[in-house]
Design a protein around this ligand. Sequence first.
Ligand SMILES: [Zn+2]
Length: 204
Amino acid sequence: MNNRIDKLSELFESFPGIGRRQARRFVYFLLHKDPSYVRDLVDAITNVKAEVAQCSECYRFYPRGEGSVCPTCRDAAGSTQLMIVEKDADFENLHKTHVYDGRYFILGGFINANEKKRSFARVDQLMDRVARDTKAGTLSEVIFGLSISPEAEHTRLRLSTMLRERFPNLTFSTLGRGLSTGTELEYSDTETLKYAFESRIQQT
Ligand SMILES: [Zn+2]
C-alpha cells in the first residue's frame, strides 16, 4: 500500500522545484479528491502530451499540427533576426504585442553560475541553430530578449562570448531602456517592450 504512495511521491519529486515534503502533500491531496478529479487530471496529462508538440526550430510548445515547425517559425522564415528568450511565457508575451516579428529561440532556462547545478538552457541546440542559419546566410542579428536578473545577465554574457567567438560577423544586441532590474519579460506591457526593442543596445 505504501509503495503506491512512495511511487507517486517520487514522480512528483522529479518536478522542478518540488521537494519530498511537497511531493507527499500532492499525493495526500489526490487521495482526498473525488475519483472524477483524478480522472480529469490523468486525461489532461495524457492529452497535453498527445496534442502539444515541440517546434524543432524554436523549441516552443504549440498545438500539434502538420509538420515539425510551429506557425510562428513558418511565418518568420524570411526574417534574418533571431531573438533568444528564456521561456514559452516570454515568447507569448512578446509575440502577441507584435513588437518583434522575427525568429525566436526558446532557451528553456538560464545557465547557472554554479557549474555543479543542473542547467536546462539549450546551449548546444542554440549553437547548432546559429551555425546552420549563418551557413545558410539567413541570419544577421542575434537579439538577447532576456529578463533582467543576475542569472539572466550571467547567461547573456556566457552565450554572447561563445557566439561572438564562433560567429564574429553577426550583430549582437540586447533589449534596452525601459527594462530595469527585476523586470520579467513575461509580465511587461506592450509599450515597455516596444521601447526596449527599439532602443536595443548593440554590443561591439
Ligand atoms: Zn517554432
